[in-house]
Ligand binder design. Structure first.
Ligand code: G6P
Length: 606
């Protein structure tokens, strides 16, 4: 809100935020008709076409939403914003209201009617009910209502009767307020804000922000006023634009030499044997003396966690457990103050990871975050952490965040190993020097793009894929399979190569492409035997090998040669061709690579 036309800013902002969810989109404006809501199933572009029918919709204030459906199918009615019954309030909501059923039953008894199947409509009507019954201001009604609502939310409400006011609140779902000159912007993350201002306030859980007459006031839900802390954003606008690439995913794949270098910049100085991770400084002692490291994450970040398990155990000799955050949080896990918990998350907003952190914290463990998004909820919920500095990742399928996560985790493992004396000085120095060469080796690996495109063409119509690897390459096999299924909708499974004979081998015939990650490492010979087993059953073999390999070349249908490196750093290179393969197959199949169906970049619900 401010002096400018709100609609173009909202539409542009929704497009920037579309990667977070794209089932439907909508806006509420104070136009000549009053408080009007326009919404449409599908992408923001569908909403734009719909809005074009209405001519001038002048409004200096407005709210908009792009949805990832939780309650109720993606359609026009379930799209946000939602009205109150009297149509004086309009609200957008991210998150899930867990007690919506109880609230809804109660409201129905009182005569409220519902148009949609969403928990969000229940939410605004519940606020309306509190407002009506307490004869109070909307701000007060929001505050009172939030005491009764169970679940996660980031909300923004407009009120027909207060045309100069926006009320926002959060718990569990992110909300950023951009502070411009005489104007304010609210969003789930900073991407739609940075072109207008680099000054932002991150709203905290249980805080309510009221922007009235171009003044921002923040209070807790206990009605205690807090001083908004203004952060300076360091993000550049180019970082969130495609920059000439056809898709964000392709841009992000190609950015990896730089993003990995950015992640190591100022931290790794191989010549002088220095490794500085600022976030770790105060917790190094705890980390060093931890009895166990527990890593918790979801999706691709969980795969980075699996790589880290090998890294920490090899270099620091501390036992590691890697946990899906969603399982960990509901398992009554055994955790103590002696555990060091690492939470990995690109977005820093994944609800399950956040909940796992809270659980581990309540048991006294030290929590260290490895996040990409600066100022995100996970970054703030952890005791300390290291940012991955990969820059904004917009493509829903994670690529550069994965390699940056592994880079941070590798630096942590080396630091820890050195401190604990579990790796020798010479080995430490050698590993640091090798790590420093990774960005240029990734650059070389990226040059295989044309060859991978040819392979993609040959296999684009396959119905299944198997990805096999051992040791450090086992998590890479999982990640390769995940990339393919996410964006091309081809069924793919990742397996430890040796496990193939305990089941997946039954699937192998001439129709089954099998991607082997068979780099020259300690399990190379064994993987070669696995390749032979697949070949004997006429499976089609695509092998990622180390440059100069001749053995596998004679056995495989296709080989992709990546530069040689230390075994522990191979995932940083071997994942690159797998990202490219899935990208090209998805493009050839006509899939929406950046916004695959049913997925969202940031999963802020359980
Ligand atoms: C979603 C995304 C994945 C991501 C996962 C975990 O499923 O689509 O790409 O790996 O969430 O997200 P996080 O932000 O915690 O790394």
């Amino acid at each position: 809100m401010g002096e400018r036309e709100a609609l173009p800013i909202i539409i542009k902002g929704l497009k920037r935020l579309e990667y977070r969810g794209y089932d439907s989109a909508g806006v509420a404006l104070l136009d000549k008709e009053g408080l009007s809501i326009y919404k449409k199933k599908g992408k923001v572009s569908e909403l734009e076409n719909h809005l074009a029918k209405f001519g001038d919709l002048g409004s200096k204030i407005g709210i908009g939403h792009t949805r990832w459906a939780t309650h109720g199918e993606p359609n026009d009615v379930n799209a946000h914003p939602h009205y109150s019954s009297n149509e004086k309030f309009a609200m957008i909501h991210n998150g899930i209201i867990e007690n919506y059923d109880v609230l809804k039953t109660d409201l129905i008894k009182k005569g409220y009617e519902f148009r949609s199947e969403t928990d969000s409509e229940v939410f605004i009507k519940f606020i309306e009910d509190v407002y009506v019954n307490n004869y109070c201001s909307l701000e007060e009604a929001v505050r009172l209502a939030l005491h009764k609502v169970v679940g996660a939310y980031a909300i923004v409400i407009m009120n027909l009767e207060e045309p100069d006011t926006l009320i926002a609140a959060r718990k569990g779902s992110p909300l950023v307020i951009g502070v411009g000159e005489d104007e304010y912007f609210l969003a789930s993350d900073a991407t739609p804000i940075i072109e207008y201002t680099n000054q932002v306030v991150y709203l905290d859980d249980y805080e309510i922000a009221v922007i009235r007459n171009n003044k921002l006031q923040i209070k807790t839900i206990e009605n205690v006023e807090t001083n908004p802390y203004i952060n300076q954003l360091e993000m550049e606008l180019e970082a969130i634009e495609k920059g000439g690439y056809e898709h964000f995913m392709l841009k992000e794949i190609n950015e990896q030499p730089r993003s990995i270098a950015d992640c190591m910049r100022g931290r790794l100085d191989a010549k002088n044997g220095r490794l500085v991770l600022g976030g770790l400084r105060d917790y190094l002692n705890k980390f060093q003396n931890a009895e166990r490291i527990i890593i918790t994450a979801c999706g691709t970040s969980w795969h980075a966690g699996l790589v880290a398990e090998y890294l920490f155990e090899e270099f620091a000799r501390i036992p590691v457990e890697v946990e899906y955050a969603s399982e960990f949080r509901y398992r009554n896990p055994v955790i103590s103050e002696k555990d060091f918990v690492i939470a990995i998350s690109q977005s820093g907003e994944t609800a399950d990871t956040l909940a796992a952190i809270e659980l581990a914290k309540s048991k006294g463990a030290t929590i260290f975050g490895v996040c990409n998004v600066v100022g995100s909820s996970i970054a703030r919920a952890t005791h300390a952490g290291s940012y991955t500095h990969a820059g904004p990742e917009i493509g829903v399928a994670s690529t550069k965040a994965f390699t940056a996560q592994i880079s941070v985790l590798a630096m942590m493992a080396l630091k820890l190993g050195y401190q604990r004396g579990t790796i020798s000085e010479a080995r430490y120095m050698h590993l640091l020097a090798e790590l420093e060469t990774i960005p240029s080796k990734v650059e070389r690996a990226l040059k295989l793009n044309d060859k991978i495109k040819e392979i993609a063409w040959e296999y684009k119509d396959s119905r299944n894929f198997l990805y096999l690897g051992r040791g450090y390459n086992f998590p890479v096999a999982l990640e390769g399979a995940l990339k393919l299924k996410e964006i091309s909708y081809i069924h793919a499974e990742g397996y430890p190569a040796a496990e193939m004979k305990h089941g997946p081998i039954a699937l192998i015939d001439q129709e089954m492409p099998v991607v082997f990650i068979a780099t020259k490492d300690s399990s190379y010979e064994k993987v070669v035997s696995n390749i032979q087993e697949v070949k004997a059953r006429k499976g089609r073999i695509i092998a990622v090998v180390t440059e100069g390999d001749t053995t596998v070349k004679h056995m495989a249908d296709h080989t992709i040669e990546i530069p040689e490196t230390e075994e522990a750093f191979v995932p940083l290179l071997s994942v690159i061709p797998l990202q490219q393969l899935s990208y090209h197959i998805a493009v050839m199949r006509g899939c929406n690579v950046d916004q695959p169906r049913n997925l969202a970049k940031s999963v802020t619900v359980e």
